[in-house]
Design a protein around this ligand. Structure first.
Ligand code: IVH
Length: 661
């Protein structure tokens, strides 16, 4: 029986692969059904032998309470965008500047949501969403319902691959039609439908909707001896993944441009939505030379198809107040659909912007939207004016608290300077809990606003005292024991965040995520930072006078000191929990320039390590450079270093110094 069971698994998985992935059915529907029935019967009679790679696992049915979190060992990054030929050329020259003569792979940019799949001994063990790039959600049950995601690979290997879960235009239309008939809300576009489906706790919903998946990225190619992205695609295809047949190896800008041209023409007739073309450097070693920013690989970019423009009416201009008190005019538009999403609002930035565009309330305006970019008002149509339009007038007082607005010297923006303005306070709280800041899930913008108005949360410290209102919260509409306890747990958990999150969350003017990290690493504790003098701060690379002043002012305020003390008393961690610096003589206080390809480090890794040991890095060689690290195919920086008589290390020497005392 066991032998037959294994055979059935093989036959059905094979049939699924041929039908769904290769689009080449090999058995009839009747045969398929009869094998499946036979398999189900065995599993019903012997539930103890059910295997992870059994096709029965695709049926869905498991209902979860919530999604577990999964941490990505290698972060799941997004892509930078380019919008025209010139920007593609700039992307190409940044690569050539590193001495690379690039070959590229062009791919369709599928409009879905990215997924990371992990296999152990060839068996699918987990599927995770991107989340914030570092932590995603465990969607294994839902992913298993997707027939093109192999439950078992053609080789018994450990591997992680990444790709896009999407839904076809045909399925999207069918699902929306059925919903319309039932009077249910419609999905705005294929991406929303795919994303909404993958986040269903009941996996039978996903099983019935018919999601699909293209695989396009192998995060660890070197583990498999793979030298180019194109080889990686071939490798993944051989393992049984569905790899898009439109992927193409091209040479030079002309190759990229004609690929874009060809696919833009084909876009409408494709059975699934795409929103652009992805351009990837083919050679893996060259990818490592280019490295990453915090958000994107520098070896790839996404060309976004030109924005579509539509016309609508500018119904009103309203003003919102940000956490710094900044006042922003917003266009309220008659709702229009642009690229599948309904646009009701667009930012008008500031008074000057509205004046420069000569906008009047009641104007017909053109709206542009490109991909995920925020929609913008392009222009008003003068000949559509009929005299009923109203002149735009900048407000003089805060729309929320009524205090007089002020304009800072040399700036275009107006500010509400009332520190107790409700709108500012709410925005500050929203920022504090943001996933890039204290990362408290369950406290959405609306909830913060409600809790603020009820009086539960007026300050940062109130967030941590919310547990005192547990019983009241449970009574609120939309809450229950479970969601309240989840929220309170998330709040408690956020006390353990490393210092950089807290620093960013405080909303100190000029201190963004990157500066917060630099400060946390350097000072290691909030107390140390609070004692830092202006001069100490400006000594740090990347921190200029304006940022330093803002930090000093912030910590000088008695009110801020009191608030920080209460946070500490409540138990909020104020220490840096990341890796500590380890000064080494070979690096301490010295400036380094790296040129050419290194075998064992990406540019970012090398930079991070040098800084970790107390060195600084720079991109150009000058008399101030202490050491130039030279990899394969170094460029003109090497010649310059020789000419200036600067110390030169090769990769081996660099590694010895990293390991030395
Ligand atoms: S490569 C490090 N290739 O676009 C490699 N992404 O805007 C990162 N996407 O998050 C991704 N089609 O969800 C890649 N052929 C393709 C893609 C693709 C769609 C998505 C992906 C990514 C987003 C970035």
């Amino acid at each position: 029986m066991e032998e037959r069971y294994l055979e059935l698994i093989k036959i059905i998985n094979e049939a699924d692969y041929n039908y769904h992935t290769l689009d080449n059915p090999t058995i009839t529907d009747q045969e398929y059904d009869s094998y499946l029935r036979e398999l189900n019967k065995i599993e019903e009679e012997h539930p103890e032998i059910v295997r992870e790679d059994s096709p029965s696992q695709r049926a869905g049915g498991k209902v979860l309470d919530s999604f577990k979190k999964i941490t990505h060992e290698i972060p799941m990054l997004s892509l930078s965008n380019v919008f025209n030929e010139e920007e593609i050329r700039q992307f190409d020259s940044r690569i050539r500047k590193e001495g690379i003569n690039p070959a590229y792979v062009c791919e369709l940019k599928i409009d879905g949501l990215s997924v990371s799949l992990k296999y152990k001994d060839g068996i699918l063990v987990s599927a995770a969403t991107r989340g914030d790039g570092v932590t995603g959600e465990d969607i294994t049950n839902n992913a298993k319902t997707i027939k093109t995601i192999p439950l078992k690979l053609k080789e018994k290997i450990d591997i992680e691959v990444r790709g896009e879960i999407y839904i076809s235009k045909e399925k999207f239309n069918l699902i929306n039609k059925a919903r319309e008939e039932k009077g249910l809300d419609l999905f705005q576009n294929c991406r929303n439908l795919a994303a909404g489906t993958i986040r269903q706790l009941d996996s039978s919903v996903a099983a019935n909707r018919g999601l699909d998946c293209w695989i396009y990225h192998l995060p660890n190619p070197r583990d498999y001896g793979i030298k180019t992205h194109y080889e990686a695609l071939e490798f993944m295809k051989k393992l049984g993944f569905k790899v898009n047949p439109n992927n193409k190896l091209v040479e030079g800008i002309d190759g990229i441009l004609s690929y874009i041209d060809e696919k833009a023409k084909k876009r409408e007739s494709l059975p699934y939505d795409i929103d652009g073309i992805v351009i990837k450097l083919n050679n893996i070693d060259e990818q490592r030379v280019m490295g990453f920013t915090a958000k994107y690989p520098k070896w790839a970019t996404a060309y976004k198809f030109p924005a579509t423009e539509v016309y609508t009416k500018l119904e009103d201009i309203i003003f919102t107040v940000g956490r710094t008190g900044q006042i922003t005019p917003n266009a309220i538009l008659s709702p229009v659909i642009v690229q599948g999403s309904t646009i009701r609002r667009a930012t008008l930035h500031n008074e000057d912007y509205v004046i420069q565009k000569d906008l009047m309330i009641g104007d017909t305006v053109s709206i542009r939207k490109a991909g995920d970019v925020i929609p913008e008002v392009v222009e008003r149509l003068l000949d559509r004016r009929d005299g009923t339009e109203r002149k735009f007038e900048m407000i003089k007082n805060c729309p929320i608290c009524g205090s007089k607005l002020v304009k800072k010297e040399d700036q275009v923006d107006y500010y509400c300077t009332n520190p107790n303005c409700d709108a500012r306070n709410i925005e500050k709280l929203i920022h504090f809990v943001d996933r890039h800041a204290m990362n408290i899930t369950g406290l959405g913008d609306r909830i913060i606003e409600d809790f603020y108005n009820i009086g539960f949360i007026k300050s940062f410290t109130d967030i941590y005292n919310l547990k005192k209102h547990r019983e009241d919260l449970i009574e609120l509409e939309g809450f229950g024991y479970k969601s309240v306890d989840n929220l309170l747990n998330a709040i408690e958990e956020s006390k353990n965040n490393s210092l950089e999150r807290l620093l960013f969350a405080l909303g100190i003017e000029q201190v963004g995520e990157k500066t917060a990290k630099i400060l946390a690493r350097k000072y290691e504790s909030l107390d140390n930072l609070m004692n830092a003098k202006f001069e100490n701060l400006t000594d740090i690379n990347d921190i200029g006078d304006i940022i330093a002043k803002s930090i000093v002012d912030y910590f000088n305020s008695d009110e801020n000191k009191k608030m920080l003390n209460s946070l500490k008393e409540i138990g909020v961690n104020t220490l840096y929990l990341g890796e500590k610096r380890e000064e080494k003589d070979a690096f301490s206080g010295k400036t380094f320039v790296v040129t050419g390809t290194l075998l064992d480090f990406t540019r970012d890794e090398v930079k991070e390590k040098i800084e970790h040991f107390g060195g600084k890095t720079s991109s150009s060689v000058s008399k101030k450079t202490d050491v130039v690290v030279v990899g394969d195919n170094p460029g003109s920086k090497y010649d310059k270093a020789m000419a200036l008589g600067i110390t030169i290390w090769n990769e081996e020497e660099l590694k010895e110094k990293f390991e030395g005392k």
